[in-house]
Design a protein around this ligand. Structure first.
Ligand code: NAP
Length: 298
């Protein structure tokens, strides 16, 4: 299949079979329209620049106007309108915009990329033989971006089989940074140590690396989720949590996927109907709750 790939910097491109490179900035409406013209199936990805939803929504609008038939949107695990992470909220906004068009779509929601390790982690391993992260002994099913690419290719080549589907993508195993340090020590013959840090320490490190404060908030909100997911998996340390499950099944599907991939282990202790919310509160505060208090919304 003939593929057109966009770039903003020719030095980042490389020759690939059946791929022609076009220079275009997605924020430049005119250049975008020229680049999109004649496109049937579109794979949409940007970075996490503040306000990236606006850029992506512009692409979605242009795609609809120019007769694109199917959009595969690279979103993120946890995309939702009530996430603490602006990244997840922005992805949600783009997803909703896409759903509001005539376009056919498939949404991919990957977990954290394994290739993230090639940034900060690789740097501190090289310089100090240490890994710093604020997720305690949290475990994350990091995914190799090559696996995301393989899924994207499958979807783009067989769009009919994937119309209107949202896929949560994870790696096969949830791993912690102590595991990573162990694997790196074995591979390099050096002793690499995992040093858990607090959220404040992580904030200071990110700020020293020149990351903007809003982006730091978004990154740390994801770290907090990773920590919590693992606390929940340990069960006894997580005394209780509230899950508000929507009737449309969307969140249940995501929770089911996370349970199946081992990221969270549900320990349902009691289920209270909403009219007994006061009993649920009393129970959770009694100190006897070892699992979750689930309040099911109708
Ligand atoms: N990293 C993770 O763990 C993770 C996990 C789940 C989901 N995601 C999502 O995956 C997506 C990619 O993340 P990433 O970490 O791979 O980002 P990234 O390394 O910053 O890559 C973003 C790419 O988009 C291009 N781009 C951004 N704005 C553009 C514009 N206006 N016009 C043309 N090209 C533009 C960039 O081009 P340049 O090279 O020219 O800058 C770059 O190639 C994001 O939406 C992120 O939320 C990431």
């Amino acid at each position: 299949m003939e593929t057109r790939a966009l770039h903003r910097d020719v030095r980042k491109t490389r020759a690939l079979p059946n791929v022609s490179w076009v220079r275009a900035d997605l924020d430049d409406t005119r250049g975008l329209r020229i680049a999109l013209d004649g496109t049937e199936r579109l794979f949409l990805l940007t970075g996490n620049e503040p306000d990236f939803a606006r850029t992506q929504m512009g692409v979605v609008r242009a795609a609809e106007e120019l007769g694109v038939t199917h959009v595969v949107k690279l979103s993120a695990l946890g995309a939702s309108d009530h996430s603490r992470s602006t990244i997840a909220r922005e992805h949600w906004a783009v997803e909703q915009a896409l759903l509001g068009t005539r376009l056919r779509w498939t949404i991919l929601r990957p977990h954290a990329f394994m290739q993230n390790w090639l940034g900060d982690v690789a740097e501190s391993v090289r310089a100090e033989s240490a890994i710093y992260a604020p997720i305690g002994d949290g475990r994350v099913p990091f995914i190799d971006t090559r696996d995301i690419a393989a899924v994207s290719a499958e979807v783009l080549l067989h769009v009919e089989a994937h119309v209107g589907r949202k896929y949560v993508l994870t790696g096969g195993e949830a791993i912690g940074y102590a595991d990573l340090a162990g694997a790196l020590s074995e591979a390099t013959g050096r002793t690499i140590t995992y040093r858990p840090i607090t959220l404040d320490e992580a904030r200071a490190r990110l700020a020293a690396g020149g990351i903007a404060s809003a982006a730091i908030d978004a990154i740390l909100a994801i770290s907090v989720m990773s920590r919590k997911a693992t606390a929940a998996a340990r069960g006894h340390n997580a005394r209780y949590e509230y899950f508000f499950v929507r009737a449309d099944g969307e969140q249940l599907r995501e929770i089911t996927r996370l349970v199946e991939s081992g990221v969270i282990k549900p320990l349902v202790d009691k289920v209270f109907p909403l009219e007994r919310v006061r009993d649920a509160l009393a129970y959770s505060e009694s100190g006897r709750a070892t699992g979750k208090v689930v309040i099911k919304m109708a």
